[in-house]
Design a protein around this ligand. Sequence first.
Ligand code: GDP
Ligand code: MG
Length: 178
Amino acid sequence: NGSVNDAKNLRVKLVLLGDSGVGKSCIVLRFVRGQFDPTSKVTIGASFLSQTIALQDSTTVKFEIWDTAGQERYAALAPLYYRGAAVAVVVYDITSPESFQKAQYWVKELQKHGSPDMVMALVGNKADLQENREVTVQDGIDYAEKNGMFFIETSAKTADNINQLFEEIAKRLPRPTP
Ligand code: GDP
Ligand code: MG
């Protein structure tokens, strides 16, 4: 299921899915490099980054993060991309109801074709744009709850909840029995 594990150190493949423009690449760059570049252009080619975090129980989790380079536009390619992923992060933009609809489409795809023990997170990004909000927090909570997902709102711009997102995912990973 994408995890290469011993009891103390986990290594997991994580994929991001969601409409183009919701902030997937910015979330990754914020988490891995602590940066936000509002002028950064769409990644050309596949992008792969990794980041290790330590949990309080002294286990470590190394995320191998696959960021799409616009393949999100080609639904048919997606199964190749999320194959073997232990974690799927489905992202929408809280100012865009269309992106919330698209997120729901991806969740259904993952339920049909992803591995059954995949940890799934639903992320409402651009939470700094409160004045333009069009998807309520409750909408996100309700959808995530119905689908057994973890839910959080983030801002890659302000860094709000970015580390928390990955920490919460890490806590939810299935542990190998020692
Ligand atoms: P992707 O296509 O999903 O990878 O989206 P990008 O990461 O390329 O981001 C698309 C646009 O949204 C860029 O102009 C970013 O500067 C902007 N953006 C990303 N995250 C945030 C955020 O949290 N807040 C705001 N205000 N803008 C964001
Ligand atoms: Mg991108």
